[in-house]
Ligand binder design. Sequence first.
Ligand SMILES: Cc1cc2nc3c(=O)[nH]c(=O)nc-3n(C[C@H](O)[C@H](O)[C@H](O)COP(=O)(O)O)c2cc1C
Length: 200
Amino acid sequence: MDKQIGLFEAIDTQRALRYIKPDPIPSEMLDRILLAASKAPSGGNNQPWEFVIIQDQGVKDQIATFYKQAWDDSYGKATDPGRLGTHSYNSAEHLASHIAEAPLWIIICVRHNGAPETMGRGASVFPAVQNMLLAARGLGLASVLTTFHTRFEKEVAEILDLPENVQTAALLPFGFPEEGRGYGPTRRAPVDEVMHFDRW
Ligand SMILES: Cc1cc2nc3c(=O)[nH]c(=O)nc-3n(C[C@H](O)[C@H](O)[C@H](O)COP(=O)(O)O)c2cc1C
């Protein structure tokens, strides 16, 4: 926990790390991740987030079955040669079969009042999710933002005993990266392709 990296180094190298060792992570790291999440902005400072911390193998296994099903139903059926065999595809497929082996999961949920879902609902919890990813980056832990489980929202809500006004937003698995896997520069389109001055 002592070695600190700079803010912009963390931002520039925070990428999906889906090869995760089963070794447990120290509880101080979990505390640091949760504290980072709790510092995020939210609409009206409502802080509508709830964090379900999962270490129980039985709970992980149940949800992982739905996660794998969602993968198999969508990307798992991909035949597009441009997608198959790419690093991203292979790593996402690997995670779909191994997500339950990550020692720690956090499912980030959002409290809501039942009003129709708008962009605002997720917008107030995804900054907390990003803070968790950056905290993981700072701690040298592997993680990745995942949402496949939301295709089985009802089933997952039942497993987690979620109250009616609580919806899951993302599932983050955490652990130490497997040997030879690590953070590095992200591949993103140049920003000048997506910027507009004053008007589109
Ligand atoms: C809204 C959202 C949903 C995502 N859902 C999943 C997911 O269910 N499973 C997964 O493996 N990755 C998921 N990702 C991770 C993206 O695939 C990843 O961030 C993107 O491909 C960039 O990869 P990189 O960070 O390695 O460059 C998701 C990312 C976002 C922002």
